[in-house]
Design a binder for this molecule. Structure first.
Ligand code: APR
Ligand code: ZN
Ligand code: ZN
Length: 362
């Protein structure tokens, strides 16, 4: 099968012929239908996060089950599924206390470099990425890395739920638990930030302020639920938000992964407010906060994959879509072939797209 391989950081992905092992007892072979391009893939391609190379990236996808291992009962061939990198064991302390996203069982949630599912004709090892590797015509994953979905859900929209949508929505609903009427700021309105805005609207937030440097993104944010927009090019972002909210917000979400914007997210809080960091700040980089701000009970926290319980959250997100509350069709900026993947990342780098998706049947 064909897959896009990252050989070296800051080099284009190369389409190569690769193979997968036969499914082990609890593994599922999936024919990939759609894979979204997420900024996290780009962070790894740019070397801002380390990963053993060569590797097949991609972690936002939907497809159809082709074959199942001997102990798999959850799905059967023909089932439609969405993948999630938050693979869980179901029995460790974090799984059994309701935080499967923090699962610590490394036999299920394998650490980078540990998986031997992918191979090719060369002698060097080919690494699986985040237990998924979606930039490939097929994926071999643990059965607890997928959720079964209804067959009338378009797979290109379902794929988006697999990372960007559950990450942004979950940050608002699961991690920050935004209450009706509370004010929300989302800094960075790409695929993940748009989902945070749409999630804030579903949660019944009051003011929803979108911050982005791209006017087209701000316009779409308004359609998805933003009540106000802030363009950093019009002056200090923190001051603009304070002016709009009478002194500060209840909840801010950093959905970009930069030191500067993470510091802005904390500085714009009202007393008692909470900043939630969704973006992946480059590995090793520290952020600086004004210590005095903690005296007024301001808080800052991380959110991983929207603190999801994806087997529950993703089918619910699909129901929201079906009822017209989640505007997934607005996310897709471009549909690409696997061979066009580098153009897709170039467009992301230029900030042009909300989401580009690879359509494997195209
Ligand atoms: N302030 C606000 N917005 C900005 C700024 C800035 N200074 N600079 C760029 N942006 C906007 C871009 O215009 C773009 O709309 O941030 C957005 C980033 O969107 P994407 O590149 O599509 O990123 P996305 O896939 O949404 O991921 C965002 O979340 O999960 C993490 O790893 C992911 O760190 C990444 C973040
Ligand atoms: Zn992602
Ligand atoms: Zn676990």
């Amino acid at each position: 099968m064909k897959a896009a391989v990252l050989h070296e950081v800051n080099k284009p992905l190369v389409i190569e012929d690769v193979s997968l092992q036969k499914p082990g007892p609890r593994e599922v072979l999936i024919r990939t239908a759609v894979a979204g391009l997420c900024h996290s893939d780009l962070h790894f391609m740019e070397g801002l996060y380390p990963h053993p190379l060569p590797a097949v990236l991609g972690h936002e996808s939907a497809g159809v089950v082709e074959q199942v291992g001997s102990d798999v009962t959850y799905v059967k061939p023909g089932d439609h599924v969405v993948t999630c990198l938050s693979v869980f064991c179901g029995t460790c302390d974090n799984c059994t206390t309701g935080r499967p996203v923090l699962c610590t069982d490394t036999s299920v949630k394998m650490l980078p470099g540990a998986s031997n599912r992918l191979s090719w004709a060369r002698s060097e090892k080919l690494n699986q990425f985040l237990n998924l590797s979606s930039f490939a015509e097929q994926m071999l994953v643990h059965e607890n890395a997928i959720v079964k979905i209804r067959k009338d859900m378009p797979l290109e929209l379902a794929a988006l739920i697999g990372c960007g949508v559950v990450t942004g929505y979950g940050a608002v609903v699961n991690t920050a638990k935004v209450a009706p009427g509370e004010s929300v700021v989302v800094i960075g309105c790409g695929g993940v930030g748009m989902a945070a805005i749409n999630g804030a609207q579903i949660a019944g937030a009051g003011r929803i302020i979108a911050v982005d440097t791209n006017p087209a993104k701000l316009q779409l944010a308004t359609k998805l639920g933003a009540t106000d927009i802030v363009d950093p090019r019009n002056g200090d972002v923190v001051q603009q938000v304070r002016d709009l909210t009478n002194g500060g917000v209840h909840h801010s979400f950093e959905v970009l992964g930069r030191k500067e914007t993470a510091e802005q997210a904390f500085a714009m809080l009202a007393p008692g407010g909470t900043a939630t960091i969704v973006g992946m700040i480059p590995f090793g980089q520290k952020i600086e906060l004004h210590g005095f701000d903690f005296l007024r009970e301001r808080k800052i926290q991380g959110s991983s994959m929207g603190s999801n319980h994806f087997r529950v959250d993703m089918p619910r997100l699909i129901e929201f879509y079906m009822r017209g509350k989640l505007h997934l069709e607005d996310w897709i900026s471009a549909k690409l072939k696997l061979s066009e993947i580098n153009e897709g990342f170039a467009a992301m780098k230029a900030g042009k797209t909300v989401r580009s998706v690879i359509m494997f049947d195209a």
